[in-house]
Write a protein that binds this ligand. Sequence first.
Ligand SMILES: [Zn+2]
Length: 81
Amino acid sequence: MSDTPAQAADQQPVDLDAHGAASTMAPGITCADCGRARTVADDYDYTPLQLVTGRALGWFNGDGEQMCGECLTATMRGERP
Ligand SMILES: [Zn+2]
């Protein structure tokens, strides 16, 4: 009987360049208020519709500065000067 061992012809491609793979967003965007970096998890901009629907606010782009949703929410609630 010919017993040919299964060759590893179906190798998974090894991703050697995994580091930095999640950098699809615009680099260097951080909240001007708290300094938090904009991540892919909340990579969306503020729209007035978010206020109407009660969803979490996105990033607000004001005068060259970005503000994260949490800081924007606090500002709108008057919790910040
Ligand atoms: Zn912030």
